[in-house]
Write a protein that binds this ligand. Structure first.
Ligand SMILES: Nc1ncnc2c1ncn2[C@@H]1O[C@H](COP(=O)(O)OP(=O)(O)OP(=O)(O)O)[C@@H](O)[C@H]1O
Ligand SMILES: [Mg+2]
Length: 224
């Protein structure tokens, strides 16, 4: 992002002059108080919003010059855990999680075991066939995370991914993000969860009143 500003309608700028580069294969957090603009910034990255000024370049492509088809192609490389989950209630838990694999044309028998394994890992192995509408907030959040990571996206954007789960499950979900990152995905996690942020050595971007500041990763302690 280069000198990006964003206003909703005729309102004030919610984001001001954002300059941000996410390096391929990196993992970082985005933090900041409620209303600071975290979700807005993430939406600009996953192309749900266009900047009011400045440029967003994604996977080396200037998004302002991209056609609708190009944008759809870029969008498919991104896994998103939405703050409001964004699950489809008319599909089962299994079908929600399998969706990113189905759209790439993969066959059911080809991905069935992977989807089941992933849902078991997040503790949902027994609710494969129910509608997400019948699940608790924390369970929905885990379905949303499974769906975002299942296709091993080049970029994973997670908006408050552990806001509704207990600390133990929070750690388990973080391991999923770390594993995805180890396999090469770039990961950006917006979170207020200080336990989550402090458990990992990673760069932290902090948003306050629409402006971004950068806190480099804590230095690793030298071995004695
Ligand atoms: N669709 C919208 N129309 C108008 N204003 C909006 C819209 N979405 C967000 N805003 C405003 O933009 C600002 C930033 O909102 P945003 O959702 O990005 O914050 P956030 O940092 O994600 O907050 P939270 O931690 O509560 O999720 C807020 O003042 C909010 O009211
Ligand atoms: Mg938000």
């Amino acid at each position: 992002m280069s000198h990006v500003g964003l206003r909703y309608g005729n309102g004030p700028e919610v984001l001001r002059d954002i300059n941000l580069t996410l390096h391929q294969g990196s993992l970082q957090f985005l933090t900041g108080p409620s209303g600071a603009g975290k979700t807005t910034l993430l939406k600009l990255i996953y192309l749900a919003l266009h900047p009011s000024r400045g440029f967003v370049q994604l996977f080396g492509q200037d998004t302002s010059l991209a056609s609708r088809d190009d944008l759809a192609y870029l969008r498919r490389k991104i896994g998103v855990v939405f703050q409001g989950f964004g699950l489809l209630d008319h599909l089962s838990v299994f079908e929600n999680v399998a969706l990113p694999l189905r759209v790439t044309g993969r066959e059911h028998q080809d991905y069935q075991a992977d989807v089941k394994d992933l849902l078991s890992w997040v503790g949902l192995g027994k609710v494969l066939d129910v509608s997400p509408a019948t699940l608790s907030g924390g369970e929905k959040q885990r379905v949303a995370i499974a769906r975002a990571v299942v296709a091993k996206p080049e970029l994973l954007i997670a908006d408050e991914p552990t806001g509704n789960v207990d600390p133990e499950m929070g750690k388990r979900l973080m391991r999923l993000f770390l594993e995805l990152n180890r396999l090469g995905s770039t990961v950006l996690i917006a979170s207020h969860d200080t336990n989550l942020i402090q458990a990992v050595i990673a760069d932290i971007y902090s948003l306050t009143d629409g402006a971004l500041s950068f806190l480099p990763a804590r230095k690793k302690k030298k071995p004695k």
